[in-house]
Design a protein around this ligand. Structure first.
Ligand code: CA
Length: 226
């Protein structure tokens, strides 16, 4: 899941970025409407977190442009304004949710999760394959009914695989979706994480679900066969 933060208050943007990355999301950030519009054209985002007062233009005008371009990415608006007129204006411009500054990070996180679950299309709460289950709201993973503890990145990787059952995902697709713009490591980071994930969700269970497709990447599949 990849999130774009559009916020010119550097301290807040920094906190949001670190916290959301800590939850395993891929996060990019920008301070201007112009750059945000460029980014949403070239990168697939699952959510935009949008401040309203930005140096070059308003968040509301960004929202209008976004919706005019038929971009249906969910947008969570952050603002210091509490008046109803501002709220109505932004909902009309295409905001999906609203949070008034200052806010508790725990609340932001619940709203982020709810919006990501909703997504541009109706998405299911629970992703399943065989006896493997991932709950997108509580972020709990179970195999054969047993709870499995995953790190945030392992969770994001598994979620991405389960959202694309049977589809081969290349290392660069995985990096693009699970890591973020600032990531400059090697694509073998994916192999490292897949190995860890397999150890947790596949090693002691049958059938094996995560499949290596030589030269191409990985998929999650009922006939993984190894
Ligand atoms: Ca601002």
């Amino acid at each position: 899941m990849r999130i774009l933060i559009v916020e010119d208050e550097q301290k807040l943007a920094g906190i949001l970025m670190r916290s959301l990355k800590g939850e395993g999301y891929a996060v990019d950030s920008t301070e201007t409407v112009a750059e945000a519009l460029d980014l949403v054209q070239s990168v697939h985002y699952d959510l935009v977190i949008l401040d309203l007062l930005l140096p070059d233009s308003s968040g509301t005008s960004f929202l209008r442009s976004l919706r005019q371009q038929q971009q249906d990415v969910p947008v969570l608006v952050l603002t210091a304004r509490t008046d109803i007129d501002a709220k109505v204006e932004n909902f009309e411009a295409g905001a999906d949710d609203y949070l008034t500054k200052p806010f508790a990070f725990a609340e932001l996180l619940m709203r982020v999760r709810a919006l990501l679950r909703r997504g541009p299309v109706v998405q299911k709460n629970t992703l399943k394959m065989a006896d493997l289950e991932l709950d997108r709201l509580t972020r709990q993973v179970r195999r054969a009914g047993q709870r499995i503890e995953l790190s945030p990145k392992e969770y994001s990787l598994l979620e991405y695989l389960l959202l694309n059952p049977g589809r081969v995902l290349s290392r660069s697709m995985i990096i693009d979706r699970v890591w973020d713009h600032s990531f400059e490591g090697f694509t073998n980071i994916v192999d490292v994480y897949v190995r860890q994930l397999r150890k947790k969700v596949d090693e002691s269970y049958e059938p094996k679900l995560i499949r290596t497709v030589r030269g191409l990447g990985y998929s999650i599949d009922l006939d993984a066969g190894q």
